[in-house]
Design a binder for this molecule. Structure first.
Ligand code: SF4
Length: 424
């Protein structure tokens, strides 16, 4: 046992110590460092992300165990979720991001545009079902006015002053600023004054110029994404952080991306969570047109590593690592709870972006169902608001049952039958 491992062994469980002792020396050293609460470098992150599933099994097990311990230190045994509704006000978009299965041309069947009053109607329905947040994003419609974004917020706030509005990706903020001939700062300040509560940190994909050119023809550069996010944080609009992986990317890109998020967080403290988003290839032009060059989404092993290594790299910076059930399904989302994840995201009610790209995991998982998934792991469900304030801890009671907003073809909790002792 080396000196660092000897010191670490004074405060870590024997089982984990055994895993560290039998892992390869580079991985063991990095993980020991992380357990001491030290920041691991971008190169260290690449080493962990590069761990293969067919090599030293103990390396993987050690990474997962350390991620789980760091998660417990930060979040205890609570697993959080938010009751929210996803509203996409338009899918009309001419930007042509190659990975996108959501965008449609105006004349295409299934194209949609919602006026602010229609969005308010959907938000009201969400409020009536107990929702505290609407998550609003849309395509970049060529004819829309830059003022649409503020009008939408004002209309929702006029009817539902207490509804949290989590809206508009940095790409939409860029578009609205350009259309309104305003600086990012002025545009965002105005949205904040209208009632914008926070922003999704989507459109980040992978913050690497070369990768972005393949994905989006560099429509929104990595520098521009960072500038908009830093500006939002600076004026008091928090945001989530995301990474979309499993296409033309590699471990070194993941590590650089997470390290950059960490740098932004060090300066601004404005990220509420990281949400890894696996690339859904099924109906994505990026994959369909280049099946030999583009991977069909991440492997299971890569999904496991993404959640656990992100937890380790962001330790002490971003406390909440969320799994996206809409990308992975409820069963795999449950698996992530033992790999560094402490948040199951939202009920969504009306998910459509992943569904358009071919995801088959439905539009909604209700609060009661999320609680059931969480309890099946022995942890305690907690309902939170968008910025992670606790609303209810479900220790000895359940959320009010509500029927799904859109009828479902299958029960998302079917998989829990594999764990009969946990099913109510
Ligand atoms: S990802 Fe967004 S901006 Fe790009 S084509 Fe799709 S809807 Fe448009």
């Amino acid at each position: 046992m080396n000196k660092v491992n000897q010191q670490v062994s004074n405060f870590i469980p024997a089982e984990l110590q055994n895993l560290l002792d039998s892992a390869s020396s580079s991985v063991s050293q990095i993980l020991s460092n992380a357990l001491f609460g030290n920041e691991i470098s971008e190169d260290d992150g690449t080493v962990l992300f590069s761990c293969r599933d067919n090599e030293k099994v103990t390396d993987r097990s050690a990474i997962f165990a350390v991620a789980d311990i760091l998660r417990r230190r930060r979040n205890g045994d609570y697993v959080t979720f938010v009751v929210n509704r996803n509203i996409n006000f338009t899918n009309i978009c001419y930007m042509g991001c190659r990975f996108c299965g959501f965008a449609k041309r105006k004349e295409e069947a299934g194209s949609e545009w919602l006026e602010p009053a229609q969005v308010v109607e959907r938000a009201q329905r969400a409020w009536d079902r107990g929702g505290t947040e609407v998550c609003i994003q849309g395509g970049l419609h060529p004819k829309m006015e830059g003022s649409y974004y503020r009008e939408l917020i004002l209309a929702i706030k006029a009817s539902l002053p207490d509804m949290h509005i989590h809206a508009f990706s940095p790409f939409e903020v860029w578009y609205g600023s350009v259309k309104s001939k305003m600086s990012y700062r002025d545009f965002l300040s105005d949205l904040k004054d209208c009632g914008l509560g926070s922003m999704p940190g989507t459109a980040a994909e992978i913050l690497d110029t070369e990768v972005r050119q393949k994905l989006t023809k560099n429509k929104l550069s990595a520098q521009c994404w960072e500038e908009i996010i830093r500006t939002a944080h600076d004026i008091g609009i928090p945001s989530t952080a995301t990474i979309m992986y499993g296409h033309v990317d590699e471990p070194k890109h993941w590590s650089a991306h997470i390290a950059l998020l960490r740098e932004i967080q060090r300066d601004t403290g404005g990220f509420t969570e990281l949400v890894p988003l696996s690339f859904v290839h099924t109906d994505s032009p990026l994959f369909l047109n280049n099946p030999n060059l583009v991977r069909p989404g991440p492997t299971d092993h890569e999904v496991d590593l993404m959640h656990s290594v992100s937890r380790i790299m962001l330790n002490g910076f971003i406390d909440n690592i969320q799994v996206s059930w809409t990308k992975l399904g409820a069963a795999r989302a449950r698996d992530m709870l033992s790999l560094g994840v402490n948040d199951l995201g939202g009920t969504l009610m009306n998910e459509s972006i992943s569904r358009s790209a071919g995801s088959k995991y439905g539009q909604e998982i209700t609060a009661s169902e999320l609680c059931e998934i969480i309890r099946s792991t022995g942890r305690t469900p907690v309902r939170r608001n968008t910025v992670y304030k606790t609303i209810d801890i479900f220790k000895d009671h359940d959320p009010i049952e509500v029927a799904p907003l859109v009828e479902r073809n299958s029960d998302p909790l079917n998989f829990l039958k594999m764990f009969p002792e946990t099913v109510k």
